[in-house]
Design a protein around this ligand. Structure first.
Ligand code: SF4
Ligand code: SF4
Length: 97
């Protein structure tokens, strides 16, 4: 008897293009309205961060982050290949943009 295997769809990477901080997000949904490719939908619970429905559609235009009125409520979760690192020659400290 042959072994059973299962085919699965590709895991989208990254699967969370932005990270919300519910402590700062007011649920105003500006980011939902701004996104041109409908990555988000409003959260059914008022005052909570939107739901990321189509993360693989994000092309990192930045509009949602730029249009957020609450500082600290939303930040990018850049793909690994888009992250820049630097090293301070004097201190050796590693930083990330
Ligand atoms: S970065 Fe652009 S495409 Fe991605 S979720 Fe924000 S507004 Fe939409
Ligand atoms: S625009 Fe900012 S405060 Fe408004 S829902 Fe989006 S992340 Fe939250």
């Amino acid at each position: 008897m042959s072994e059973k295997i299962f085919a699965m769809t590709n895991v989208v990477t990254p699967n969370q293009p932005v990270i919300f901080d519910p402590d700062y997000c007011t649920g105003c949904n500006n980011c939902v309205e701004t996104c041109q490719v409908d990555v988000y939908i409003p959260n059914p619970e008022a005052g909570m961060p939107p739901i990321i429905l189509h993360p693989d559609e994000c092309w990192y235009c930045g509009c949602c982050v730029n249009d957020c009125p609450s500082e600290g409520a939303i930040r990018f979760n850049w793909p690994l290949q888009s992250r820049a690192y630097w090293k301070n020659k004097k201190t050796g400290e590693i930083g990330q943009v």
